[in-house]
Design a binder for this molecule. Structure first.
Ligand code: 9MJ
Length: 742
């Protein structure tokens, strides 16, 4: 046996293995070996074919992408015309179809149908001769199409050589070429990155990919195929039903929809249609309906066809999920959490089975990314039960006066400031309880079990109370009288009395519950607990400042002062600094913190890095800069402070927070401290900090004084401490005591 012979044997073996694994990968979607192993086999075959060019065969797996770019596609005449499908746009149209079929077949009972999803791609005809793919042609006008063989050969799901045996000598297979959604998304991402044009939908992407004159481009596109019919068959017999024929194609390695079912009668067809409709969004590819075919080939033949469409098949279409319409306005809605969401008001359009006149635009980033303007013609999409959305604008139809929109600075419902924290997509109304859009949900939250736990005050009741104007903020709940409540739906005198009693009981609560009940953004149960445990009183929470919580390191302070000096806008107000060029860490929270100490950018620059650097005196578990910003902002709003005042007036109370374990063991617990001289932070800060650690801060030094905290230029108090032998400490020593390292 010479080299060429053993190489030929090995090549044949490798081709068979590669075809097998290709089928497992692309058609069955059940790969058996890792890609690396496939690649190894593939390279081995490539090496043999390179060494023995006489062994190269066009149906070899290495020859999928071959040939030079074409100048144009040749025309191909189909041996049998490629049919199209009649549509049934309603359930009645399907009933009519079934009746016509039964009449023509003179059938009393149920007709057996084969059903399969209707793919939205490109129809194609594959011609196999003795099991080898020799031609692939597009549908064209049904009689003549384009020869796209070079391109179709690059599609992994299409076998170059059929598996098994017993194929007719000529076998034409019809099916649909499509691009799965995931492939479509990644193709568009790739196109976007390369600055190339993106495709509007998977169908266009599939068509554009298949019609490339250079097969290398088609090879790089994630195309797939399902077969759904036969054309010319010569030199062999196929089966008696569509269902069986498809099973045979599947055995020969051709891709056939796994959703194919054989069904008895119209009712089963309707059930299938509904089922696929429900699962539609979860399929890996777009479909636009279901195709029903009379299963018996003999019946198909006796039914025949009219014009280009068979009388034995029909496509029951889903309502279109995408339509064109005009954006008449873009308005902003305030949700129950205060999220300010842009909504497109549309010229009403029938899409996805309903008339749509509003579609969400999600948020400002989304509007900017899609560049949607008032006056634009847009594609609206309503898929399944999801909220209709604007997919994109047709910019070539944009009128000259199309208007861009800006985020409103004031809430359209209550007029409070709209805030959009740096790095967050969602803008929110800062009105909180004050905002009517948020009130109802705020009250429901306030009354809920883990918040104030007002027994018997359910959502329905709250709806009634708000609708009748009896309650416009949570504090009004505690003023409700039994006789007024008794007039509400589903409320007798007894349950009214019970509710009043429950309200009275709920007034006695805990600080963590109260903080949670206020519905501060981002402050859930655990955070409320952490805040309460650290600060231990509502007064301390309300007096919280961002300097207490947010750090600016000395190195950051230096860069910040430099950047602000370079800005050259000393009059700019500090709270308006939402971002600083070149400082990624700087957010609106830092701006608000600066604003606590400096009115303008000029003041910051003048004060210099040492004054700008900030080491926060507190650490609340889980509360980072963003949450600190939300917390402090909430308590700074006057309407929130007013609601809190009313709640306290109406008798809401809680017991003092227990002394936290860690502090009970603090070296400062029970100590008396006197503060004197100039310190790095206001004296009040130190006073608060020491009090929280269980120390008592007094004004004069005596022999009961444990420590004198002395800053620069301390005078008589320092002298008195030295005279009495009281321990004098500086800030560093204090910190060491707090840290437990002193
Ligand atoms: C699609 N597009 O999925 C047919 N089709 O049958 C299926 N199209 C068809 N069948 C005869 N599943 C002509 C067209």
């Amino acid at each position: 046996m010479n080299d060429a012979v053993s190489a030929a044997e090995r090549a044949a073996q490798l081709r068979q293995q590669l075809e097998y694994h290709n089928h497992r990968y692309y058609v069955l979607d059940e790969p058996e070996i890792p890609d690396s192993e496939y690649d190894r086999l593939y390279r081995e075959l490539q090496d043999i074919e390179r060494a023995f060019p006489q062994l190269v065969d066009p149906s070899s797996p290495t020859q999928r992408v071959g040939g030079a770019p074409l100048a144009e596609f040749d025309e191909v005449e189909h041996a049998l015309p490629m049919l199209s499908l009649d549509n049934a746009l309603s359930g009645e149209a399907l009933v009519d179809f079934d009746r016509r079929v039964r009449e023509r077949l003179a059938r009393d009972g149920d007709v057996v149908y084969a059903a399969e999803p209707k793919l939205d791609g490109l129809a194609i005809s594959l011609r196999y001769e003795d099991g080898v793919l020799v031609q692939a042609a597009t549908r064209g006008d049904g009689t003549r199409g384009e020869n796209v063989t070079q391109n179709v050969r690059t599609i992994g799901a299409v076998p170059l050589r059929l598996l098994g045996s017993g194929w007719p000598s000529v076998l034409e297979v019809r099916g649909e070429i499509f691009m799965p959604r995931a492939g479509f998304e990644s193709l568009n991402a790739r196109q976007r990155e390369a600055g190339e044009k993106t495709f509007a939908n998977p169908r266009n992407a599939a068509a554009g990919s298949l019609r490339q004159l250079d097969p290398k481009i088609t090879a790089s596109r994630p195309l797939s195929m399902f077969c759904y019919g036969l054309g010319l068959v010569e030199g062999g017999q196929m089966a008696a039903t569509h269902g069986e024929n498809m099973a045979v194609l599947r055995d020969w390695g051709l891709p056939v929809s796994p959703e194919l079912r054989v069904l008895q009668g119209l009712a089963a067809c309707n059930g299938y249609f509904d089922d696929i409709g429900r699962r539609r969004d979860r399929l890996a590819y777009d479909i636009d309906g279901v195709v029903f075919k009379v299963d018996s080939i003999a019946d198909q033949q006796s039914l025949g066809f009219v014009a280009r469409a068979p009388r034995w098949a029909i496509a029951r279409k889903f309502p279109a999920q995408e339509e064109l319409t005009l954006v008449e306005a873009i308005e902003f809605q305030v949700g129950r959490t205060g999220a300010v969401t842009p909504v497109a008001r549309l010229q009403p359009v029938f899409v996805g089975g309903v008339t749509v006149s509003n579609a969400t635009l999600h948020n400002m980033d989304e509007i900017e990314r899609k560049d949607i303007r008032v006056g634009d013609t847009v594609i609206v999409r309503r898929a399944g039960d999801v909220i209709p959305e604007v997919v994109r604008a047709l910019t070539d139809r944009r009128p000259a006066d199309a208007q861009q929109v800006a985020l409103p600075s004031q809430c359209p419902v209550c007029g409070s400031d709209v805030v959009r924290p740096a790095g967050e997509a969602v803008a929110r109304c800062s009105g909180g309880l004050f905002c009517a859009a948020q009130r109802r949900e705020a009250i429901k939250h306030f009354a809920s079990r883990k918040a104030m736990d007002i027994e018997g005050l359910g959502d329905k009741l709250i709806d009634q109370l708000v609708e009748r104007g009896m309650v416009d903020d949570p504090s009004a709940l505690f003023g409700l009288q039994a006789d007024a409540l008794a007039g509400l739906e589903r409320m007798g005198p007894k349950s009214a009395d019970n509710l009043v009693a429950a309200l009275a009981a709920a007034r006695k609560t805990t600080l963590p519950r109260f903080l949670f009940a206020l519905g501060i953004l981002g402050i859930g149960e655990t955070m409320a607990e952490n805040v309460a445990r650290t600060l231990r009183s509502l007064d301390a929470v309300m007096a919280l400042r961002l300097v207490d919580l947010v750090e600016i390191k000395p190195s950051q302070a230096g860069k910040l002062v430099d950047a602000l000096a370079a800005l050259g806008r000393p009059e700019l107000r500090t709270e308006q600094l939402t971002a600083v060029e070149g400082l990624k860490w700087f957010t609106s929270v830092h701006a608000l913190m600066l604003a606590e100490r400096f009115k303008t950018v000029g003041e910051v620059v003048e004060a210099g890095p040492a004054a700008v650097a900030n080491s926060p005196r507190l650490k609340i578990d889980g509360v980072g800069d963003v949450l600190a910003g939300k917390l402090v902002t909430f308590f700074r709003q006057s309407h929130n402070r007013e609601v809190i005042a009313r709640l306290l007036d109406s008798g809401v109370t809680w017991p003092p927070m227990a002394q936290p374990e860690a502090h009970a063991r603090s070296p400062l617990t029970g100590k008396t401290v006197v503060i004197t001289g100039t310190l790095s932070r206001p004296r009040d800060d130190f006073k608060r900090q020491l009090t929280e650690l269980g120390a008592k801060v007094t004004g004069s030094v005596s022999n009961k004084t444990d420590y004198v905290l002395a800053g620069a230029e301390a005078g008589s108090k320092l002298a008195r401490a030295q005279a009495l032998g009281v321990e004098v400490i500086d800030e560093q020593r204090l910190q060491a005591l707090i840290d437990g390292s002193g």
